[in-house]
Ligand binder design. Sequence first.
Ligand code: OAD
Length: 308
Amino acid sequence: MASVRSPTVREGIHCGSPALPYGRASDTKANGYCIESLPDREIASCSGACYHPNFHMPAVAHSITSERVHEQFANAGRVLVLTGAGVSAESGVPTFRGGGNTAVWKGVPFEVISSARMLERDLPAVWEWFNYRRELLAALKPNPAHEAISRWQDKFSELTLVTQNIDGLHQAAGSRHVIELHGNIWRARCFDCGARHDVRELMFDQGVPSCFDCGGHLRPDVVLFGEMLPAGAFERAAAAAQQCDLCFVVGTSAVVYPAASIPEIARSAGAYVVEVNPERTPLSDLCHEVITGNAGEILPLLCQKPDR
Ligand code: OAD
């Protein structure tokens, strides 16, 4: 298993190349947490298909949520939820992996186009990829999974929501204080002055947009492969994981670190860990319960009484 705190990246998504056309160094030294993926799930095998559409399992039955989960849910005080692309799948957001597929963009594996190295080599191509994703996301709305998690804020004494998603749908559903491990696609950041700008309303057709303050080049305010997580984000998530009673792992393939280490931390600290996913993941064996199915169908059921 990958080290959860390694400041290095796995072979194939190395980030240490010299500055190229746009001459921009990426954020590789901001703090100690650099994203990497498990080597056995590397993407070399992906075909020429594009960013693949969602896949969904058939509807799930009520009985899938066990009495034990309901008991944990009813009695927990501190709860941590880690989400991944799957929580947004029922909103229409394509996942990166899952259903036997891995995303590619114009023949380039997404872990390459979404990398610190690509930022240095070809910033316009990175913007093109993110503009494509921004267009896909612009019209999408939160689904019952986002809404259920948002309601949990009022149910538990402490709810920590940690997401790998950059789509902003948790916030759109009403979740507050979301820990965004991988940034947010609706923000851009200036290479020169560091200013962050809300770019939700702006569509950049081509090229590289300029900073509204200083005129420098903007980049998407997201974490790329080979870059560090936003300062303090992982630390806050890990601290909450150490203290939670109940941890949900929802809609993530659990192959990207350090995000995937959060449920491991929770489990080691004694939390009850529940996974919600149509597929098994490398974390499934660590979980106390694995609920197989779609988040938008399962999460709303947790507030209801279990079938006898
Ligand atoms: P992935 O695309 O790797 O995994 C999506 C997971 O969601 C898979 O395990 C699916 O089985 C599951 N899934 C699909 N539909 C679902 C549904 N309706 N309900 C619940 N689960 C469902 O997405 P992540 O694990 O989020 O990082 O990927 C982690 C990171 O890899 C992303 O944040 C992104 C990517 O590279 C960066 O770009 C930095």
